[in-house]
Design a protein around this ligand. Structure first.
Ligand code: KIV
Length: 275
C-alpha cells in the first residue's frame, strides 16, 4: 500500500488535513471548529461536516465538573481524545495539552505532545500561551501545533479571572508579536480567545496561518465554540461570545420529566416496547 493512500482518497469523505485548513484560509473560506469529548458527539459533528474537532481541556469544566481547566490530567485528555478519534472518521482531531503537561521542561512537553498523537490518535495538539521553543521542537518531531493566545484559561489564577485580553495598544502589540513568533515557530493555526474584535482582525491580517476565534470578532479565518455551550446545555452564566444554536438543556429536562411521568403512570413501556 502506498504511504500516501487515505481511507477515501480524493472523495468528499477524505480526512481533513492541516493543509486543507491552510487552503480554506488562503481562499478566504471561513470554517467552524467545535469541541467534543466522546465518541457519539464526535460522530455527530463528523456527520455534520465539521472539519476540525478540538478535544479541549474545557473537558474539565463541562464534562468533569471542575471550576477551571487547571485540574485536567494527561490521562484524562488521552482517554477522551481516544473516544473522539473513534467517532471522527473525517474531521481533523486536535487534542489539548493540559496544564502541567509541558511547563516543567521542553522534554516533558515533547513527550506529552507525542502521546496525544501516538496514544490518543489525534492529528495535532493545541498549546496554550506563548511557547515558541516548544512549538518548534514539537513541529520538528512531527507534531502539528495549534497555538492559543488571548485569554488562556489554564492561566486563570495568573490572569485573575476570565477577562478580555489584548486591550490597549501595548497589550495588543504584544499579542500580535507573540502570534507572529508562534507562526514563525511552525504553528499551523492559532486560537485567539476573548480579545477585542479589532485585535482579532489585526492578528488575522498579519498571520498567514488560519486564526480561529472564540470571542475575537468576525474577521478571523475560523470560529470555535464549546459543544455544551453552542447546544444550550450549559447552566449558569455564559460568556458574551456564545451563541446557542439549540436549547438541549430545556429539551433534556422536558424529556426526562415526560419519561418519569410515563413510568409513574404506567404508560411506558407500552405494548410496542414489550417482548
Ligand atoms: O478547551 C477548550 O475547549 C478550548 C476552546 C474554548 C478554544 O481551548
Amino acid at each position: 500500500m502506498s504511504v500516501h493512500a487515505s481511507p477515501q482518497p480524493g472523495g468528499a469523505g477524505r480526512p481533513v488535513t492541516i493543509a486543507d485548513l491552510q487552503a480554506y484560509a488562503d481562499a478566504g473560506e471561513k470554517f467552524a471548529m467545535l469541541t467534543a469529548y466522546d465518541f457519539t458527539s464526535a460522530a455527530i459533528l463528523d456527520e455534520a461536516g465539521i472539519p476540525v474537532i478540538l478535544v479541549g481541556d474545557s473537558l474539565g469544566m463541562v464534562v468533569l465538573g471542575h471550576d477551571s481547566t487547571v485540574p485536567v490530567t494527561m490521562d484524562e485528555m488521552i482517554h477522551h481524545t481516544r473516544a473522539v478519534r473513534r467517532g471522527a472518521r473525517r474531521a481533523l482531531v486536535v487534542g489539548d495539552l493540559p496544564f502541567g503537561s509541558y511547563q516543567a521542561s521542553l522534554e516533558e512537553g515533547l513527550v506529552n505532545g507525542m502521546r496525544v498523537l501516538k496514544e490518543a490518535g489525534a492529528n495535532a495538539v493545541k498549546l496554550e500561551g506563548h511557547h515558541p521553543e516548544l512549538t518548534r521542537r514539537l513541529v520538528a518531531a512531527g507534531v502539528p501545533v495549534m497555538g492559543h493566545l488571548g485569554l488562556t484559561p489554564q492561566s486563570v489564577n495568573q490572569l485573575g479571572g476570565y477577562k478580555v485580553q489584548g486591550r490597549g495598544e501595548e497589550a495588543a502589540d504584544r499579542l500580535v508579536a507573540q502570534a507572529r513568533e508562534l507562526e514563525a515557530a511552525g504553528a499551523f493555526s492559532l486560537v485567539l480567545e476573548s480579545v477585542p474584535s479589532d485585535v482579532g482582525r489585526r492578528v488575522a491580517e498579519v498571520l498567514r496561518i488560519p486564526v480561529i476565534g472564540i470571542g475575537a470578532g468576525p474577521d478571523t479565518d475560523g470560529q470555535v465554540l464549546v459543544f455544551h455551550d453552542f447546544l444550550g446545555m450549559t447552566g449558569g452564566h455564559l460568556p458574551r461570545f456564545v451563541k446557542q444554536y439549540a436549547n438541549l438543556r430545556g429539551e433534556i429536562v422536558a424529556a426526562a420529566k415526560a419519561y418519569s411521568a410515563e413510568v409513574a403512570s404506567g404508560d411506558y413501556p407500552g405494548p410496542e416496547h414489550q417482548y
